[in-house]
Design a binder for this molecule. Structure first.
Ligand code: KIV
Ligand code: ZN
Length: 385
């Protein structure tokens, strides 16, 4: 089985979510939970961005016990120096340097020519390598970069000492076929004497961040970047919990494994949601409130007979205590009787029939039927003492 490293950027790209601002104490708390979750590399922040970010990266670097701690730096000496200052006490420090390589970014944002971009990558990756053993380079907006120029930029970074190449789909523009193809192309065409880690970094603008990350893995990426709950700039980053579960549940297909401790998933998600103030949508894969809820009668009947009929993930696998069978107008008799028994009622066949009619009548008028509604439907005499 191929090992996939998980790189978490909740505290850097994730914090770029509008309205999210973690303080140092919160960042350390999240970092320690991420370490418990089994994250291999944490991007703790962007040390040059502010004094607060610098202090948080330093505090995480000094608190993490085993995971690699990374800091972001533009291709500028002052960024790299600041990252070094923040990360130098980490057990395993890593720098993440980046420079945009797409025409639109070079022309309008950087106002640099291709030659200048290549020279800057060479100069700054080489400099970063004098301070760090582990240097990651990202050609920002890689998926909109002309392919041969992307290869040139990546090869330049490798020749200058980068051992980790991250390929960002910065604006969530790519799709699985194209993004996966980019990895095959680069992996086949780079030249390196040392082993290079290829990493995916996807944004969710077209709702394909997880699919794209998995396509990268299928095509040779051995590291995946993302954020807990998929938070991040605009539509967010790849939701790491989705990739972790996809790899685990479809091990037969991907033939990969990871260090993620799956039953810490819900706890990690809850912590990030609480401290970021970004609620998890109810229908969110893996950790949404509805992810293990079955409402229709046919599904409820199936799940009561064997959960595998409609559940590909056992809730306890990700740290969710149990599934639920919320009662509504689509619910069937099987789930209704199960609920009656749970509430302590044993009704005769006729009583059940009558109660079920009254329940359906109520369910037509009310979106969610609570336990109190059920109790109110029944007579006290039918309660088992
Ligand atoms: O999306 C992106 O391009 C980034 C880079 C800094 C890697 O977050
Ligand atoms: Zn990003």
């Amino acid at each position: 089985m191929r090992k996939i490293q998980f790189f978490d950027t909740t505290l850097r790209d994730g914090e770029q979510t509008p309205g999210v601002n973690f303080n140092t104490k919160e960042k350390v708390q999240i970092a320690l939970q991420l370490e418990k979750w089994g994250i291999d590399v944490i991007e703790a922040g962007f040390p040059i961005a502010s004094q607060g970010d610098f202090e948080a990266v330093k505090a995480i670097a000094e608190s993490a016990k085993s995971m690699t701690v990374a800091g972001l730096a533009r291709c500028q000496k002052k960024d790299i120096d600041r990252a070094y200052e923040a990360l130098k006490n980490a057990v395993d420090p890593q720098i993440h340097t980046f420079l945009a390589t797409s025409d639109v970014h070079m022309k309008y944002k950087l106002k640099m020519t291709k030659e200048e971009v290549i020279a800057s990558i060479k100069k700054h990756v080489s400099y970063a390598r004098t301070l760090f053993e582990k240097v990651q380079f990202s050609p920002e907006d890689a998926s909109r970069t002309e392919k041969t120029f992307l290869l040139e930029a990546v090869q330049t970074a490798i020749d200058a000492g980068a051992s980790i190449i991250n390929i960002p789909d910065t604006v969530g523009y790519s799709n699985p076929t194209e993004y996966g193809g980019l990895f095959s192309y680069l992996i086949q065409n780079i030249q390196s004497e040392q082993e290079i880690i290829f990493s995916s970094h996807c944004h969710d603008d077209l709702g394909m961040a997880t699919a794209n990350a998995l396509a990268a893995i299928e095509n040779g990426a051995n590291r995946v970047e993302g954020a807990v709950n998929g938070i991040g700039e605009r539509a967010g980053n790849t939701a790491l919990e989705e990739v972790a579960l996809a790899l685990y549940i479809r091990k037969d297909f991907y033939q990969c494994e990871a260090n993620i401790v799956l039953n810490e998933t819900k706890k990690t998600s809850d912590l990030v949601s609480r401290l970021s103030g970004i609620p998890v949508p109810r229908n969110k894969a893996i950790i949404g409130e509805n992810a293990y809820a079955h409402e229709s009668g046919i599904h409820q009947d199936g799940v009561l007979k064997n959960p595998e009929t409609y559940e590909i993930i056992t809730p306890t696998l990700v740290g969710v205590s149990q599934n639920s069978l919320p009662l509504g107008k689509l619910s069937g008799r099987h789930a209704f009787v199960t609920k009656l028994n749970e509430l302590g009622y044993q009704l005769s066949e006729d009583e059940t029939k009558e109660a079920f009619i009254r329940f359906k009548d109520l369910a037509d008028k009310k979106k969610q039927i609570t336990d109190r509604d059920i109790v109110a439907l029944l007579t006290d005499q039918s309660r088992v003492e």
